[in-house]
Design a protein around this ligand. Sequence first.
Ligand code: MN
Ligand code: MN
Length: 298
Amino acid sequence: MYLRIHRLQIELPRVKNPDPDAAAAVQELFGGRFGEMSTLMNYTMQSFNFRQKSKLMPFYELIANIATEELGHIELVANTVNLLLEGASEAKAPKDAPLESGTSKRNSHFYILTGQTALATNSMGAPWQGDYVFNSGDLVLDLLHNFFLENGARMHKLRVYEMTRHPVAREMIGYLLVRGSVHALSYALALEELTGVDVKKLLPIPKISDENIPEAKKFREHGMHRKLYRFSPDDYKSIAAIWQGEHPDGGALEVVGGPPEGGEIPDLEPVKDSFAPGYDPDELAEIAQAILKRSGLA
Ligand code: MN
Ligand code: MN
């Protein structure tokens, strides 16, 4: 089962500079074939369906634990999309067409389907699909797929990075590039233990170092490329049997007991003319306050 913490894995910058077309591109990193929904659901399904969990514990726990980190990644990408859409419409009455600008943006679903927030789709508006999940049941084949998936994800992150200069998008991508490099290396190490093949020699794919991306370099300087977080109060400790030794770029690999400190989840302002969270947000807030007061919680 899962516990939930009301934190993002990193602090996202708050920049009031709406860019709905950048938000549309970033959607690929949420619901594209190589997006965070795909890493999340691949590792989640593989962990649910894993046979001989106790006998193969380090391999099972590696996949299960990374799946949980990916839950925090979809959360981070969704919040990035939301921040890119902050202020994307004009505050005026419905008769004055406050959402008019949405007709000329790449993705009008931001304006019609949601209150100018993230969608469970890719950058072209196609929904995330369950057949992006590969789970053959053969451990080596599934790990090989996961290694491929992390590197495909890296390719798409780098390309989306090259599509936008927006500081919120770039901060998120810098962090996820570093975390993806940890996951790719951990699957490489697992494959090496099982087969003797030095899979990590393939890395990085594409062959550009994260040091070339300033937002990724910053996280590397904090050693995050060497840290595997253990997303559980007490469980999944056997991942340290795989995530150990030297990082190929130097420094010791380290399992951290617990999640990263992270940052605040942005508290989005209401968008009244999108009726989000309602046409009279103050009335809803009064109701929330009243029930908290009634319950002695405010
Ligand atoms: Mn991820
Ligand atoms: Mn990953």
